[in-house]
Design a binder for this molecule. Structure first.
Ligand SMILES: CC(C)(COP(=O)(O)OP(=O)(O)OC[C@H]1O[C@@H](n2cnc3c(N)ncnc32)[C@H](O)[C@@H]1OP(=O)(O)O)[C@@H](O)C(=O)NCCC(=O)NCCS
Length: 280
């Protein structure tokens, strides 16, 4: 039986009835491939509009790991005390991975893939199932949540939160495609897909419930029952607001926070978001 079938069968069973050592062997093999980037929580697909499909079975495998794990004391010493499931220790990177983990409080959980040339400024947290591709910069105080898929040469700026999407298993994780710039203090949540070369201006928050107004193409982008919120290729999204059209709201001049596509990437944007090669 293949790895996928084994994971799916184990996931369906009550954990108390499992042969624990045998289940852990399957889980450890699964985690090996997750660490190597051979299995991913979502993958490219030409079959649907967003260009991505979620791999439910991979998310099931990750959840299985939490069920199988036992609480363990993983303290560094008597002062730095930590407790977690023993199935998810810290990822064991070596110099051969060619990833820069700058000292100072970063945690990278086992079961995520970090490609060569990635730079991680402290403190950052990268959770299980995350996939971070070559040449990407994860800046200080950034979160790459569980199962988030981050492309090549992406800049995740300081204090930006890329939300984790583990449950439900069928839900799309957050996807940031190649050459995207996510400015400081952003929040990208609930399976939002940011297509190639888009720029998310500082402080923009995107959730599954956030409509995004494109004033270049006179369009409104939203999540649908079939597709997550998708930010188009090259879009430059900045913070905006819109009036609330209700009597009380009008009376009090209330507005809602609204991300707006103000333009599509041009030379000025490129100049403002260029990555400094010498920092890499
Ligand atoms: C989005 C961003 C890259 C600007 O892109 P740009 O292509 O240079 O944008 P422009 O200067 O051509 O601005 C286009 C319009 O959007 C407006 N605008 C630009 N950035 C904006 C922002 N962040 N919020 C609101 N409006 C913004 C401009 O005022 C301009 O409107 P106007 O023509 O009516 O004046 C920039 O605002 C930004 O957020 N950079 C990220 C900074 C950051 O977080 N760095 C990380 C360090 S760790």
């Amino acid at each position: 039986m293949g790895l996928r079938e084994q994971i799916e069968q184990l996931y369906e069973r009550d954990v108390k009835t499992l042969d624990r050592p045998a289940a852990l062997r399957v889980f450890n093999e699964f985690k090996f491939f997750l660490n190597g980037g051979e299995v991913r929580a979502a993958q490219r697909s030409t079959g649907n509009k967003s260009g991505w499909i979620v791999n439910d079975w991979v998310k099931k495998g990750i959840l299985l790991g939490f069920r199988l794990g036992e609480m363990t004391d993983v303290s560094s010493n008597e002062h730095f005390r930590y407790f977690d499931k023993n199935t998810y220790p810290l990822k064991r990177l070596t110099i051969d991975h060619q990833v820069r983990v700058v000292p100072g409080g970063t945690s990278i959980r086992d079961g995520c893939f970090i490609a060569k040339g990635v730079v991680i400024m402290p403190p950052a947290y990268i959770n299980v199932g995350a996939y971070v591709d070559e040449g990407t910069m994860i800046d200080s105080h950034a979160l790459v949540g569980s199962c988030a898929q981050i492309g090549k040469r992406v800049h995740i700026s300081a204090a930006t939160q890329i939300g984790g999407v583990l449950e439900p298993v069928g839900a799309m994780p957050v996807i940031i495609e190649d050459d995207v710039m996510v400015g400081g203090n952003c929040g990208i949540y609930e399976g939002t897909i940011v297509k190639r070369r888009a720029v998310i201006g500082a402080g923009v928050v995107l959730t599954g419930s956030t409509p995004v107004y494109d004033i270049v193409n006179n369009a409104i982008y939203r999540r649908t029952p079939e597709e997550p919120l998708v930010i188009p290729e090259g879009a430059v999204v900045v913070q905006g607001s819109r009036h609330i059209d209700a009597a009380f709201a009008r009376q009090h001049h209330l507005a809602l926070y609204t991300p707006i596509i103000i333009k599509y990437r041009d030379e000025k944007t490129d100049a403002g978001t260029a990555l400094e090669e010498s920092l890499r």
